[in-house]
Structures are given as C-alpha cells and as structure tokens.
Design a protein around this ligand. Structure first.
Ligand code: GLV
Length: 398
C-alpha cells in the first residue's frame, strides 16, 4: 500500500492538511494550522488571491515550462522555497532534515528556523540544495552569534532575520490545547491535556522513537547546552530584534542578509538602509499581529518602495501554484511556502513534503501553459488584473 500522502485522492494541499489533521495530536496540528487572535489576517492571506484575476494569452503552444528563478545569485529550479517553520521535529521524526532533503531533491532551498529540533549541521548535510538559516535572538546575542558562526561553517548561504516577533502573537488554539501546561512543571496540570496524544498512536510511536520532546540544539546556552523545549511563545517574547541589532549581525555574518517580516514601504526602505540584500513580505503566516494586511496586498507597496534595489520575496497563504504565479506577476521574485509543506510533513514526513512540492510544481506548469507563458521569469503584471487601489500608496487610496 502506498503511503496515504501518495493516494490518488490527494489532489491538493487541502487534502494534505486533512491527512495531517488525522495523524497529528490536536496541539501539534493546531500549532501548524492556527494563527493569532481571531485569525483574520491568516484567513485573508489565502482569500486575497481570489481578488487577482489572471489574463491568459491563448492559442500559445508551450511544450516546456521553465520554473527556475535566481534568488540572491543562485538558481533554484522552482520559484518557491520552504519557509522556516519552528518545531518541525514535533510534526515528524527528524522533521527539519526530512523537509530539507525534499527541498534539495526538488532543486530548491530550505530555510531552517532557529526554533528547530535538528542540529543545523545535520540539516545542511541532509539537503543537496541551498539552505538558509532563520535567526531569532532567543537566548541573547552571544547565543545568536554562536549559531550564526556554526551556520557559516556548516555552509548555510543566507541569513534570514525575522523582525515581526517583538512579542509572540496570541495563538488562542495553543491556549485551549494546553501548550503551556504540557510544557510546565505541574504533572497534575499536564495530565488533563495528555489524552490528545494517546489517541494518535502512530504519531506517538514516531515521537518516542525520535527521543521524545525535542530540545533546541541550535540555541546553545553557555554553560548549559541546548535550550530545553519551552513554550515557543515565551521563547519568542525574549527575542526582539531591533534595527540596531542589524549592525552587529552584519559583522558576524558576512554573507547575504534577508529581512523577513516587511509589510510597508517604510520598513522596506529601512531594511535596505541597514544592508538587506532581499526582503520577505511577510506577516508570519498571520501568527503575529492579527489585522495587518494580507501579504499579497502589501506586495505592490513594498515592490514600489524597493524600486529594484533588492529582491522581494513573499510568504503567506500560498496553497496553489496559481497563487505563486499571481505573487510573481505582482513583483515577487519567489515565494516561501510554510504551511503548504508543513501539512505534508505532518501527514507523512519527507514523502509528504515531496508530495506538497509535487502538487505545487504540477499546478505551476499547468497554470503557465494555460496562461500562455513559457517561463516564470517572464511573468509580469500584464498577466493579472489586481484591484485598482492596489497600485496606490495607502495615503492615496480612496
Ligand atoms: C514561530 O516562529 C512560530 O510562528 O510559531
């Protein structure tokens, strides 16, 4: 029997999401699936793609499509990278290595979260493609410097600094699922929330076989070792990055720096002034400040502010190849997919991630052929119609 993720019934990312929901304990599934507060921004990240209409050029024969893009001087075979997703080792044994391996096999990049369960060196070794390191300042500057140095030695090519986590967003689902209690010292408090794990024996067997509760091996506290798995919300709260940090980060990391978490033209210009080579238009998948704009809506303002001085990437809400096409038409050089592959990872490990990538790749080829465009590099605004207000700066919008 093929693994469930390879079933012919799995035709899109939503199907992988359902399989992940079936395999994972509620707290783990909701960690992937949930967002901040009322989840308005999280939902809007996906919905907004409906506002952009495709304008095909028909009667154009395209025997072969080129899906390749160049990001920071490196060719990727696909116009999407795998976004940093914290705690992936909770979704599947050695989750970050599994995802990185699938990314490399598909010819694209994997971005490793600071809050990961696998050693960054092992993740580097798992992928045949480029790997980037996402930075939080969890544990402080010395700890971050140590991780940056290790990432450099291991061969990570890009540092992605996330700037939208001054405090953690309120993930209401985590509260209801008892995330804090499960990680806290009181056995009594923990017991109430344990049944959700016991009803998922296949996940539980994998989790225990993989050593049980992960630690953060890339957050090494001097004199203590790897940071113990803590409430991610609490860990993020201690990790505010400010523009002044960019200076010392630049000194420790000599390679390209990407600033992730830009939603306005002002922040885009500031990031460029601080030496960023690329930006990611991101609202953290709607997991931080609820009520901010969907990323596709913010993209035109950022692209206009950057004015060709840096590469602009985007994440948030990507579930179909046509979403990627729309983002590229509106000026993104490439996109980052987070949940789209995390569902695959939760549903079936590396095979599930490969399935997610395969679904998006097939979508892209079909969309390009139906659009009459032979290469993602040729996509431009003429292939889409976006609402007219999108081309105005917010101050000019009516
Ligand atoms: C970590 O970055 C998270 O969003 O949970």
């Amino acid at each position: 029997m093929p693994p469930p993720v390879e079933s012919p019934r799995v035709v899109n990312i939503a199907d992988l999401r359902r399989l992940a929901e079936r395999r994972l304990p509620r707290a783990v599934f909701d960690y992937i699936d949930g967002g901040a507060d009322a989840e308005v921004t999280m939902r809007e990240n996906c919905r907004i793609y409906d506002d952009v209409i495709l304008r095909p050029r028909n009667a154009v024969a395209i025997p072969q499509c080129d899906l390749g893009v160049t990001v920071l001087g490196r060719r990727l075979e696909l116009p999407f990278l795998l976004a940093p997703v914290g705690s992936s080792r909770m979704f599947y044994p050695r989750g970050e290595e599994a995802a990185a391996r699938a990314a490399g096999a598909a010819g694209t990049a994997y971005i490793l979260s600071t809050l990961s369960g696998c050693m960054l060196e092992d993740v580097r070794a798992a992928s045949s493609g480029p790997v980037w390191y996402q930075l939080y300042l969890v544990g402080g500057r010395e700890v971050a410097s140590g991780a940056i140095e290790r990432a450099r030695l291991a061969g990570f090519s890009v540092l992605a600094v996330t700037i939208d986590t001054a405090v953690s967003g309120l993930r209401e689902r985590d509260g209801r699922n008892g995330t804090k209690e499960l990680l806290g010292p009181s056995l009594g408090a923990r017991l109430r929330f344990l049944p959700q794990f016991l009803v998922k024996p296949r996940w539980l067997a994998g989790f225990l076989g993989d050593g049980g509760l992960m630690s953060f091996p890339n957050v090494v506290i001097p004199g203590q070792g790897p940071m113990a798995y803590a409430d991610v919300a609490a860990a993020l709260e201690q990790s505010t990055v400010s523009w002044s940090d960019l200076r010392w980060i630049r000194e420790v990391w000599r390679g390209p720096i990407v600033i992730k978490g830009v939603l306005t033209g002002d922040d885009a210009r500031r990031a460029l002034d601080e030496g960023a080579e690329a930006l990611v238009v991101s609202n953290h998948g709607g997991r931080q400040l609820d009520g901010v704009s969907a990323t596709l809506r913010a993209l035109p303002e950022v692209v206009s502010a950057v004015n060709g001085r840096a590469e602009v990437l985007l994440d948030g809400g990507i579930r179909r190849g046509s979403d990627i096409v729309k983002a590229l038409c509106l000026g993104a050089r490439a996109v980052l997919c987070g949940r789209a592959y995390a569902y695959g990872l939760g549903a079936g490990g590396e095979v599930g991630v490969a399935r997610a990538i395969g679904i998006l790749r097939a979508d892209l080829i079909r969309t390009l052929k139906l659009l009459g465009c032979a290469a993602v590099a040729d996509l431009d605004p003429s292939y889409v119609e976006a609402p007219p207000a999108w081309s105005c700066r917010p101050s000019q919008a009516v």
